[in-house]
Design a protein around this ligand. Structure first.
Ligand SMILES: Cc1cc2nc3c(=O)[nH]c(=O)nc-3n(C[C@H](O)[C@H](O)[C@H](O)COP(=O)(O)OP(=O)(O)OC[C@H]3O[C@@H](n4cnc5c(N)ncnc54)[C@H](O)[C@@H]3O)c2cc1C
Length: 49
């Protein structure tokens, strides 16, 4: 389970692709998840360094 930032219940752990609990598991949704997760992971690192 993830929030809208693709962040899991573990702070700083971002998730993308088929491992996410969602209805449509396809290449395009995995790529979409990845773009969102990567950006938010970067923001998280900048905020917490
Ligand atoms: C038979 C089939 C047909 C499909 N057809 C389509 C289609 O036509 N169009 C479409 O859009 N989607 C299709 N999909 C869905 C699509 O393949 C997935 O949604 C997409 O690949 C998910 O990407 P992912 O990166 O989350 O996972 P994956 O592509 O599964 O990548 C996960 C990677 O992690 C690796 N890995 C696993 N465990 C470990 C570990 N412990 N350490 C290191 N690496 C590890 C795996 O080897 C794999 O390379 C199909 C799926 C299946 C099963």
């Amino acid at each position: 389970m993830v929030n809208e930032k693709m962040e899991s219940s573990v702070a700083g752990l971002f998730v993308a692709g088929d491992v996410v609990n969602k209805r449509l598991r396809q290449l395009v949704t995995a790529a979409n998840d990845g773009a969102i997760a990567a950006q938010n992971a970067l923001d998280y690192i900048k905020k917490n360094k």
